[in-house]
Design a protein around this ligand. Structure first.
Ligand code: NAP
Ligand code: F7E
Length: 323
């Protein structure tokens, strides 16, 4: 029998890769999409005729109940969020409402409408924040460092709580940073690959950055959405860390991107306090042994390959503007 899935945040980076994956597996895919004055469809343009879009918002409970009713989803992937850490200090209340309370709104819609549906919550390594142990695994205590991280901790625990209170199949994937050519341009990887391409093509002269010493465990979004799907195919619902187990600095990211276009990054990069955060997450490094053993999940794309893939994609997108 054909399975159906509802993806919130379908127009985002992960939503688009997950929709592709589920379509390739024969799912009927429904995507919750916000009404916007101009449609934001770039990531799903190529599959828009295969997805059934439902208008709704994580802040509007009725629209979420309707979405579950219309889709009659067997699997619900809650990927929608205000997902940019930087903005979470500027819009802390909104971030709390969407990224935190929005999870309860979605869980309530499932509980009231189709409690047997399987639920995935997009938790984050940002919950570890000022890390209390390295590497971080499922049992590592949380110490969030931003309004975004705090909201994700709430979303994480409400998912665990609904699993334990209502016996729902509700999982939380604690995903470390994952990137792709579809990454929003404000996130550091895409900001750097976009800038390297622009500078190479003569469209920009410099790149202003924040903390070059921050360390992250960066993987490829296309690999990570496979873990989301696997989490909903198990006998019991559980929570899993998904990561590469490798850590790099922002400076290494910059070096790889600029080397790829034969430029010396030191000639173009300026550190600007405007991009330094009020509270920083200095390092994140994940231990995904549990996911490897129980889900059989593994990453395919390495860090250098990922950065080069992103620069290449930005060069192609921007080449028509070359001066
Ligand atoms: P993204 O590209 O920023 O996508 C976020 C999606 O959420 C977009 O489709 C956006 O719609 C939608 N959205 C925002 N507010 C909404 C609202 N009020 N109601 C309905 N939809 C709303 O994020 P991503 O990188 O794909 O990440 C997916 C999820 O994983 C997020 O929850 C993120 O916090 C989490 N996460 C991401 C990472 C990572 O490294 N990428 C790591 C751990 C966890 P519009 O297109 O209309 O803006
Ligand atoms: O920053 C440093 C910055 O914005 C990474 C989201 O997907 O992953 C993401 O959150 C690091 C930070 O991602 C700039 O200070 C330096 O230390 O790419 P980012 P993030 O904050 O790690 C987690 C797992 C999520 O869940 C989130 O949704 O890079 N950095 N200079 C900079 N960052 C940005 N954005 N811009 C700079 O100029």
């Amino acid at each position: 029998m054909t399975k159906s899935a509802l993806i919130t945040g379908v127009t985002g980076q992960d939503g688009s890769y997950l929709a592709e994956l589920l379509l390739s597996k024969g799912y009927k895919v429904f995507g919750l999409r916000r009404r916007t004055s101009t449609p934001i469809m770039e990531n799903v343009e190529h599959i828009k005729n295969e997805i059934e879009f439902i208008e709704g918002d994580l802040l509007d409970q009725g629209s979420l109940i309707s979405a579950i009713r219309i889709s009659n989803a067997d699997e619900v992937y809650n990927l929608a969020a205000q997902s940019f850490v930087g903005t979470s200090w500027e819009q802390s209340v909104l971030t709390g409402q969407v990224t935190g309370i929005g999870v309860t709104n979605m869980l309530e819609a499932v509980r009231l409408t189709k409690p047997e549906a399987r639920f995935y919550q997009a938790s984050s390594s940002e919950m570890f924040g000022k890390v209390v142990e390295t590497p971080q695994k499922e049992t590592t205590p949380f110490y969030p460092r931003s309004p975004y991280g705090v909201a994700k901790v709430y979303g994480h625990w409400i998912t665990v709580n609904y699993r334990e209170s209502f016996d729902m199949y509700a999982c939380s994937g604690i995903l470390f940073n994952h990137e792709s050519p579809r990454r929003g341009v404000e996130f550091v990887t895409r900001k750097v690959t976009d800038a390297a391409a622009r500078i190479k093509l003569g469209l920009e002269k410099e790149l202003r950055m924040g903390n070059l010493d921050a360390k992250r465990d960066w993987g490829f979004a296309g690999d990570y959405v496979k873990a989301m799907h696997l989490m909903l195919q198990q006998e019991y619902a559980d929570d899993y860390v998904i990561s590469t187990g490798e850590m790099h600095t922002v400076q290494e990211l910059v070096e790889i991107a600029f080397n790829y276009v034969d430029l010396n990054w030191k000639d173009y990069v300026i550190v600007d306090p405007k991009f330094v955060r009020p509270a920083e997450v200095d390092l994140l490094l994940g231990d995904c042994t549990k996911a490897k053993q129980k889900l059989g999940w593994e990453q395919k794309v390495g860090f250098q390959q990922l950065v080069q893939m992103m620069v290449e994609s930005d060069l192609q997108k921007l080449s028509k503007y070359k001066v």
